[in-house]
Design a protein around this ligand. Structure first.
Ligand code: C2O
Ligand code: CU
Length: 447
């Protein structure tokens, strides 16, 4: 099956809630951009046109695309200048909730509203729910007079912290606007994406349970019940909720402030309302229990895996400015990491900084492991993993196909500007390597 869509990046007035209009940067005039829905195995063709005042691209976050479709300017494609077009065309190989966003000036463009969800469904997946919601969480920075916050505010100190917007949005609306109706106890499937460029969300249902059934790369090995769902930027969660309440009563869905490092919890509201559930007058749901939701995942084996160490670092330069890097080298100075086709690697991600970093690998899923490279249970395919401040995380990854220069970076997009990005050369002969280097300096180009 072929799904063909047009997408245009352009400026548009959007209403976040009563009295809050802003001239945002959008896909197709919406914030977020349109929900693209396909089935696993479909071919997706996107005719993209850029009508922003600057160049852009589309990166298909989490999708195992061919390198030419990965949307990284200067590496996988030329940037798409204002008024130009580009056709993305690829097969969608994995079910799950993904998303699309620019990879040019991404801190600015994503912060201004340029992102949208891509839902890849597997019709054979049976999770026992009839209602499904796609929930895009984000934020946007707006001044008193209604104009968008300067994406460079606070200089490299603002960059080092990661700039959060002052308005929290659920599917592009303020929390006071969002309302859903629910029958008490009826199971709903929520597909949640954090599309904010710096903000973490810690979801709470007043202590009611979330059954987490999946994450970035689809359904996980087995479900886990929890009362809070934490999502760093770019992470996704697939959860089943069965909210209960008296007929006519309401239940707020909130996000609690999350400690992502130095200064991230002080002087800010303890909680933000995301939306409200209102219970209908129907008698409480008494349908069948949920089916067993399991997926058999064959883990990679750490035997013979190549160990790679990546320290996530922050240095203060002689002029007082801050620079992030991997192993103390910012993107524009760092040699690429190397992987052979078919190679398995265990990466040790050491966060030496005072802020957490949601670490993202393009084009391939990985599994989180213990320090010996043994995958943690339940097995969950991830493309973005939070590495908390001053802590270490381990992942195992394999590169079976699709040679190319694949990006790794923190998904706090200000940190990308600050240098926290790198490249993995997967299966490339020496003559093919490093094509990006001439574009890599921040004074030439921003990702
Ligand atoms: Cu959403 Cu380079 O990533
Ligand atoms: Cu970061």
């Amino acid at each position: 099956r072929i799904v063909e869509v047009n997408l245009e990046t352009r400026l548009a007035g959007v209403e976040l809630g009563p009295g809050h209009r802003v001239e945002a940067w959008t896909y197709d005039g919406g914030l977020p951009g349109p929900l693209i829905r396909v089935n696993v195995g479909d071919r997706l063709i996107v005719h993209y046109r850029n009508s922003l005042p600057e160049a852009s691209t589309i990166h298909w976050h989490g999708i195992r695309v061919p390198i030419e479709m990965d949307g990284v300017p200067g590496i996988s494609q030329p940037p798409v200048a204002q008024g130009e077009s580009f056709t993305y065309d690829f097969i969608v190989p994995d079910a799950g909730l993904y998303w699309y966003h620019p990879h040019v000036m991404s801190a600015a463009q994503v912060g201004f509203g340029v992102y949208g969800p891509l839902l890849v469904e597997d019709p054979s997946e049976k999770v026992g729910t009839t209602d499904q919601l796609v929930i895009v969480l984000s934020d946007i920075g707006i001044h008193e007079h209604g104009q968008l916050e300067d994406p460079e505010s606070g200089g490299t100190t603002g960059m080092a912290f990661g700039r959060e917007g002052n308005f929290v949005l659920t599917n592009g609306h303020l929390g006071t606007v969002g309302q859903i109706l629910a029958r008490s106890g009826a199971p709903q499937r929520w597909r949640i994406l954090n599309a904010a460029k710096s903000r973490y969300f810690s979801l709470d249902l007043e202590g009611q349970e979330f059954l987490k059934i999946g994450a970035d790369g689809g359904i996980q090995e087995y479900p886990v019940a929890t009362t809070s769902i934490v999502l760093g930027p770019a992470e996704r969660a697939d959860v089943i909720v069965r909210p209960t309440g008296e007929p006519g009563s309401t239940l707020p869905v909130r996000s609690y402030v999350f400690n992502r490092g130095y200064g991230s919890v002080e002087f800010r509201p303890a909680e933000e309302l995301l939306f409200t559930i209102t219970f209908t007058g129907d008698p409480a749901y008494s349908g069948p229990p949920l089916p067993e939701i399991r997926r058999s995942i064959t883990p990679y084996s750490p035997a013979g895996a190549t160990p790679i160490r990546m320290a996530l670092t922050l240095d203060q330069l002689l002029d007082g400015t801050f620079q992030y890097g991997i192993n103390n080298r910012p993107f524009w100075e760092a040699p690429p990491f190397e992987a052979k086709l078919g190679e398995t690697q265990v990466w040790t991600l050491v966060n030496e900084t005072a802020w957490s970093h949601p670490f993202h690998l393009h084009g391939f899923f990985f599994l989180e492991t213990d320090e010996h490279g043994t995958p943690l249970r339940p097995l969950i395919w991830k493309d973005t993993l939070d590495v908390p401040f001053k802590e270490t995380r381990y992942i195992i990854v394999n590169f079976p196909d699709r040679p190319g220069e694949w990006m790794i970076h923190c998904h706090i997009l200000d940190h990308v500007d600050g240098g926290l990005m790198g490249v993995v050369n997967v299966g490339l002969p020496p003559s093919e390597k490093g094509k990006h280097r001439h574009l890599a300096h921040p004074h030439d180009f921003k990702y």
